[in-house]
Design a protein around this ligand. Structure first.
Ligand SMILES: [Mg+2]
Length: 274
């Protein structure tokens, strides 16, 4: 295995569920890897497509599980949306259909939101509609978003997931499903920010000053964690500790750059070369 591309990476983006832990069960060696990365000269970010929760919610959860985590180590698709709006739509007037947590996140990025935390507004014209994984959805938000989109507002969605997996084989309708409703009613399709779309890595690259080819995405899902790296020209590491089996990788059209058993193996490779 030629590990050159992997070792050249300065920043590692980690998926969480199926990569570092499963539910509340932390994988062996996962905490040790994260604690050791600074010593190995590597930066890291915990990356999630979930735009219903704030970055700070993840800091608490990760620390409870024993992982090192500072505010700069967490990045959600909601935060990526804030960065993206700052970088690409400066000064835009934005209608947000999302949770209160997402609302406060966008406020912290200085985004000019026309609505309040609950989605109310009297404004009848905006530049951008942002849709999130809105677990606090009410009809008024759909009504307003549809109204703005039909009048030419740009449609941006935090993450493309159709459903959010839950225990006991349940799912929650996610951002992609809400967007499908809005597309059906307005005729407008969204620009998605979260994995597998390269925007997620592009904004991190701009934010950190690290070029895409020196960023490595580590995860257990081919169609999100690995695809985002491939779409952005970054390095990809698939770990077989989550939902992808060896047979599934073999059948994949495009192979990840590296296929490892788990993050403990990634740690061994990084340590050997240090
Ligand atoms: Mg995962």
């Amino acid at each position: 295995m030629d590990t050159t591309a992997l070792l050249n990476c300065e920043l590692f983006l980690f998926d969480m569920d199926g990569t570092l832990y499963l539910g509340d069960d932390v994988y062996e060696g996962a905490v040790e890897l994260m604690e050791d990365l600074p010593r190995l000269g590597k930066r890291y970010i915990y990356l999630t497509n979930n735009s219903s929760r704030a970055g700070t919610d993840y800091i608490g959860r990760l620390r409870r599980l024993g992982f090192p985590c500072e505010p700069e180590n967490v990045f959600t698709s909601g935060m990526a949306t804030g960065e993206y709006l700052q970088q690409n739509h400066p000064g835009a007037r934005v209608y947000l259909a999302g949770t209160k947590a997402f609302y406060r996140e966008l406020v912290s990025y200085g985004i000019d939101l026309v609505n309040d935390e609950l989605g109310h507004t009297d404004v009848r014209d905006v530049d951008v509609v942002v849709q999130g994984f809105d677990t606090e959805l009410v009809y008024e938000k759909l009504d307003l978003a549809c109204h703005f989109l039909r009048r030419g507002a740009t449609f941006i969605a935090a993450n493309p997931d159709w459903v959010c997996p839950m225990p006991a084989d349940e799912v929650l309708p996610d951002c992609g499903s809400i967007c499908a409703l809005l597309t059906a009613s307005s005729g407008v399709k969204p620009f998605y920010i979260g994995k597998p779309n390269r925007a997620m890595i592009d904004v991190i690259s701009k934010m950190t000053g690290i070029p895409n080819e020196r960023i490595c995405a580590v995860g257990d899902r081919l169609y999100t964690d690995i695809a985002v790296a491939q779409n952005a020209g970054s390095v990809s590491v698939l770990v077989l500790s989550g939902e992808t089996t060896r047979e599934m990788v073999d059948a994949a059209e495009r192979q990840p750059d590296y296929i490892l058993a788990d993050v403990a193996e990634l740690h061994r490779i990084l340590k050997e070369q240090a």
